[in-house]
Design a protein around this ligand. Structure first.
Ligand SMILES: *Cc1c(COP(=O)(O)O)cnc(C)c1O
Ligand code: SF4
Length: 363
């Protein structure tokens, strides 16, 4: 995963030649692109912004090379300073343990390779196909299940999408197309709109579902132009945000999500993460905060066992107990479905609760 290739960073660009300035200002038209270019990229800057000067700043070597730190400033503002156990800080901070290999954790934990229909297109489930639209993200989450995905082999230009679009057009059983990545909303409006236009023109498609963490981590991205484009297309838009903790849903992120969820169906998908949201309180607050922003909890994912993410794993038995407790405390529609991705299975697999957990029914 790399920063978007067409967002050249003003700060990183070689300062020696004068000419690029014009090009840069031309390319960095949008405030959200500028915000992304100004994201925090070094461990030492993040530590000093958070008053954590005594924290270990040397990254594990493999991490520094393959999946470096990336945190937008808006997200940094939602981290509690001085607290190395902050649930948002934990999601972006590479621990030394990331570099050690753990039994059962692999690079392609979810069977993406076997589900690849063609360049940039995966199909695992009936009626739905997924486009890997970009390798770029606005944040680097340490538990990411696609952190080892071979993005460099996937399409970049609209022309490269032809094979995937033809596969979609040729299969009338596909009703919903998912845009995933990376993060599809790192794609600039013009290119995103071109792709949506092409999808609008495939008659059997009914919905476009966008899986994105940008409304949470880079709320500047939720522009009026983006919302207008989503609601004005033929396809019914569904946006699945990926929030893991209620503390992420504050300030500008809350405003952005509220604006988005007025005209668009917005759902949330979280990953159950040790030290982030593995408590009843955290999950209740997350559901309540989402609902206050008109977002329904959809899935709570068991962690995919991807190399480097082992320290975030919560045992399934603990997850089941948490879900049982959520059922006791919340209306049913605020309890996310606890699921696991099993390579080769025909759908995301619900993790069912033991009947014994139903015996104690005191409110
Ligand atoms: C998760 C996933 C989907 C969507 O599954 P839903 O259960 O409909 O949310 C579709 N395609 C692929 C390849 C996926 O990994
Ligand atoms: S979890 Fe999502 S937003 Fe985070 S790095 Fe992975 S793909 Fe990007």
């Amino acid at each position: 995963m790399t920063p978007p290739s067409d967002i050249v960073l003003a700060a990183d660009a070689a300062p020696s030649v004068a000419a690029p300035t014009v090009l840069l200002s031309d390319r960095l038209r949008e405030p959200w692109q500028i915000a992304l270019s100004q994201a925090v990229r070094t461990r030492s800057e993040l530590l000093s912004l958070l008053n954590l000067e005594n924290h270990e700043r040397v990254p594990p070597p493999r991490v520094a090379r393959d999946f470096p730190l990336l945190v937008p400033r808006s997200y940094v503002h939602r981290i509690r300073p001085g607290d190395p156990d902050d649930p948002l800080f934990r999601q972006v901070w590479a621990a030394a343990s990331e570099d050690s290999s753990v039994n059962g954790f692999t690079e392609d934990a979810v069977g993406d390779e076997a589900a690849r229909l063609g360049p940039g297109i995966l199909q695992k489930y009936r009626g739905r196909a997924l486009l890997v639209t970009t390798g770029a993200c606005a944040i680097h989450c340490r538990y990411c299940f696609r952190r080892h995905y071979p993005y460099s082999e996937e399409p970049r230009q609209l022309a490269d999408w032809e094979p995937a679009l033809q596969l979609l057009a040729a299969d009338p059983t596909i009703m919903e197309v998912l845009l995933s990545g990376g993060d599809p909303l790192t794609i600039p409006d013009r290119r995103l709109s071109e792709l949506l236009d092409r999808l609008d023109a495939i008659p059997h498609l009914q919905r476009v579902r966008i899986h994105t963490r940008l409304p949470v981590v880079l709320p500047e991205r939720v522009t009026t132009a983006l919302i207008d484009r989503l609601v004005s297309g033929r396809l019914q838009p569904v946006v699945v945000i990926h929030a893991n903790h209620s503390q992420e849903l504050q300030f500008d992120a809350a405003d952005a999500i509220r604006r988005l969820s007025q005209p668009v169906t917005v759902l949330n998908q979280a990953v159950l993460l040790r030290g982030v949201n593995d408590s009843v309180e955290a999950l209740v607050e997350l559901s309540e905060r989402l609902m206050s922003l008109r977002v329904l909890p959809y899935y709570l994912h068991q962690l995919d066992r991807v190399t480097g993410a082992a320290e975030f794993e919560v045992p399934v038995e603990v997850g089941k107990e948490l879900i049982s407790e959520l059922h006791r405390r919340l209306p049913g529609y605020l309890v996310p479905r606890y699921v696991q991705e099993v390579p080769g299975a025909p759908h995301k697999v619900p993790i069912s609760l033991a009947v014994s957990s139903l015996s104690d029914d005191t409110p």
